[in-house]
Design a protein around this ligand. Sequence first.
Ligand SMILES: [Zn+2]
Ligand SMILES: [Zn+2]
Length: 346
Amino acid sequence: MHVNAYAASSATSPLEPTTIERRPVGPADVLIDIAYAGICHSDIHTIRGEWGEVPYPLTVGHEIVGTVAEVGADVTKYSVGDRVGVGCMVNSCRECENCRAGEEQYCLNGNIGTYGAVDRDGTVTQGGYSQKIVVDQDFVLRVPESIPYEKAAPLLCAGITTYSPLNHWNAGPGKKVAVVGLGGLGHMAVKIAHAMGAEVTVLSQTLSKKDDGLAMGADHYYATKDDETFTTLKNHFDLIVNTVSAPLELKKYLGLLTLNGTMVNVGAPPEPLPIQVFTLFTNRRSFAGSSIGGIRETQEMLDFCAEKGIAPEVEVISAEQINEAYERVLKSDVRYRFVIDAATLA
Ligand SMILES: [Zn+2]
Ligand SMILES: [Zn+2]
């Protein structure tokens, strides 16, 4: 099956309209008519070869929502017409300890990314900037009725990437949570942490998005350009979620953690970060990382967002605006996630 898509043919070429092949619908597969696909910063890093070699031509996109158009003979979880989503992975070994624990993102044999990965049948996966996708039912999520498609899309990466660490480190009533950076990931971290009942502080370079941050549920907002911030908030937070993918002066941020506090990274700077271990001795602090979430937890996140009435802030674009949108993402000129209307791929 050939479907319209946008792809890049090299690390330096723009994304252009093309067609890609989707596998025939197998017994456990679901064919999805894509409605919207979000633009994640990872799409840009990947397609430009910044995170290692990738197979070209490549179609990216791992924030996918749409409607089930066809199901395989053995599919029990979904029916034609269901509202569904696909996130950052489309397969895993399903046998290792982590897969069996429902943490497929940490599959010991490597989860299969939604794009640019070699699937277990040997084909290269192609992402969501396309009209249709075929995915095994076990890696498909149900999108609650109350979340509009275009707003649901970014939940599949930005939503779960922030929900999972907030959930794991027990953000909730009585906990002080800081979110570093108010971009695609950060704005979801603020909304989710607030909905979980935590006291939320945004740490952003400047106060330029302060009104937005407070409207999203932040209780406090500080500029990290102002050194005073690091004195005022010393030994203060139970959890810091760092969504920034540029290197930070870690010592300053770790100093903000209270007893048993954790700073978890969900943004990924490509270069190593130096860490002063003495900073961790104080208050028995931890420095951690977290990667997306398992399928079960992703469904829990979607249901949580529906129940709490929270959703990303999005700007819908047409497919021909993708390259321009990339430039704007790189300049942080987006409030707060671009979502491609897949109807414009027709
Ligand atoms: Zn992503
Ligand atoms: Zn596994």
